[in-house]
Design a protein around this ligand. Structure first.
Ligand code: SAJ
Length: 445
């Protein structure tokens, strides 16, 4: 099969690594992006994504000449759309970027080409949005072309291995289209290839991320119950998860990133009557930063300035898109509380509203003189922190949104600790009912 010339629309977190992997596998790849800054970096042989394995593949692909990038498509055998699918301010799906990408590429597509949408999209987008734009150029989208939905598999931090090794869902508008895309992915993916229809593929991708969101919401509700009941939710979860059919997720300070807080809304938008549970889960997860801050305020300790530990939405990443820390900042500002942010990975922290927030890399400096510290991200640097790390604080309050610190040592040293999913621990030489010793579970051997 002559599917060797690939055009990838969108050089972001999904399109760029995909283009680089395909170039590395021997394809001739042309990347397209509308952002001049991205093109400038790529055309200078660099990589706008900091993840080391992505950088290695992208710079190698550019140096080999098998990956090129520009602001307009070229003709090819295969077109892969990897553009953002955001939600609007009122939580409606916005597929306008997919539509405009499809409209642009439709002018370069010829009879017999394969067109693939990878962007996470509402059910029906491949056929109705991409398909409409191709049909507008006179193509019969089942006869003249092969059109597919193949959901992206990007997990920041392990982008390349997830793209290459995960099973790939291949949803064809026709079985012929699915078989052709499956043969294409076989050339750079080692996981299984699961052929289905485009609509089922779209739905299954939304299902994956919605499943995660609803389960995190459930864990957060279990956390609220444990806080009220005076027990530690983690001890209960550790026991429940010993059951062969139970997998309770982790409660935390909120759900961030580019996928989980967005994708359930595509289902809510399309199916408002069936999705009350999804809406409620979103509300619970969105409420977590505020919930943690409310618990800090209820501790009865004066707080004029706090240190926020972690700007990234998930641990050991430099990615702060839609991060819970941003929502915490809004709550602090609403209450007139000052803050300083620390993160070992994030240097450019752009808030949801576009503001750039300064981030410190020296933990002791960030903590110096603050009244309280709030841990928002599960960076390994915060795991097991004890009194020495927090010695420079003016106050002695720590809210631990990820349950990382050494509670016993901290309370013994006079700190008040607010763990997520467990009651507030007062400073004490003798641990009381609800803290460390209460209901402790032996680690599974
Ligand atoms: N989180 C919790 N508790 C948990 C798990 C996660 O509070 O038990 C939080 C994280 O801290 C983070 C947020 O949820 O703030 C989202 O993190 P995540 O680990 O769910 O992952 P994402 O958003 O980086 O990537 C997800 C993944 N989807 C699934 O695991 C089903 C990834 O595999 C997808 O490729 C990605 O969405 C995507 O691009 O769709």
């Amino acid at each position: 099969m002559g599917d060797n010339k690939i055009v990838v629309i969108g050089m972001g977190y999904v399109g760029l690594p995909t283009a680089a992997i395909m170039a590395d596998a021997g394809f001739d790849v042309h990347g397209v992006d509308v952002n001049p800054a991205t093109l400038q970096v790529l055309n200078a042989g660099g990589c706008p994504i900091g993840e080391p394995e992505v950088t290695r593949l992208v710079t190698g692909a550019l140096a080999s000449g098998r990956l090129k990038a520009s602001d307009a498509p070229v003709t090819g055998d295969v077109f892969i759309i990897c553009v953002p699918t955001p939600i609007t301010g009122d939580k409606r799906a916005d597929v306008s970027i997919v539509r405009s990408a499809a409209r642009t590429l439709a002018r370069y597509v010829k009879k017999g080409d394969l067109v693939i949408l990878e962007s996470t999209s509402p059910v029906g987008t491949t056929e109705h949005t991409v398909g409409e734009e191709l049909a507008a150029q006179g193509f019969d989208i089942r006869e003249d072309l092969d059109l597919c939905y193949c959901p992206e598999r990007v997990f920041p931090g392990s982008t390349i291995s997830e793209i290459v090794e995960n099973d790939r869902i291949i949803g064809g508008l026709t079985p012929r289209a699915a078989a052709r895309a499956s043969a294409l992915y076989a050339r750079f993916c080692s996981g299984g290839r699961l052929e289905t229809t485009a609509a089922i593929a779209e739905f299954s991708k939304l299902m994956e991320n919605t499943y995660r969101d609803v389960n995190i919401a459930l864990a957060n509700v279990f956390g609220h119950i444990a806080e009220a009941a005076g027990i530690d939710v983690n001890d209960a979860i550790a026991l429940a998860n010993r059951h062969p059919r139970v997998n309770v997720h982790k409660p935390g300070p909120g759900v961030g990133g580019h996928c989980i807080p967005v994708d359930p809304w595509f289902l809510v938008d399309g199916f408002p009557e069936q999705t009350g549970l999804l809406r409620q889960s979103r509300a619970i997860n969105d409420g977590q930063p505020h919930h943690l801050w409310t618990r800090v305020k209820s501790a009865g300790v004066p707080i004029g300035k706090v240190a926020i530990l972690g700007a990234a939405y998930r641990g050991n990443l430099d990615d702060a898109r839609d991060t819970p820390a941003g929502h915490l900042i809004h709550a602090l500002e609403a209450d007139g509380v000052n803050y300083a942010v620390h993160d070992p990975y994030v240097s450019n922290f752009r808030m949801h509203d576009g503001r750039i927030v300064p981030v410190g890399i020296d933990l002791a400096q960030t903590l110096d003189g603050v009244d309280g510290a709030i841990i928002m991200t599960d960076h390994s640097e915060y795991r097991g922190l004890g009194p020495d790390a927090f010695a420079g604080m003016a106050g002695k309050l720590i809210a631990d949104g990820r349950n990382l610190v050494d509670r016993r040592a901290l309370t013994a040293a006079g700190f008040t600790v607010i763990p997520v999913g467990a009651p507030l621990l007062r400073p004490s030489a003798t641990p009381s009912c609800a803290d460390e010793e209460g209901g402790k579970v032996a680690t599974p051997g």
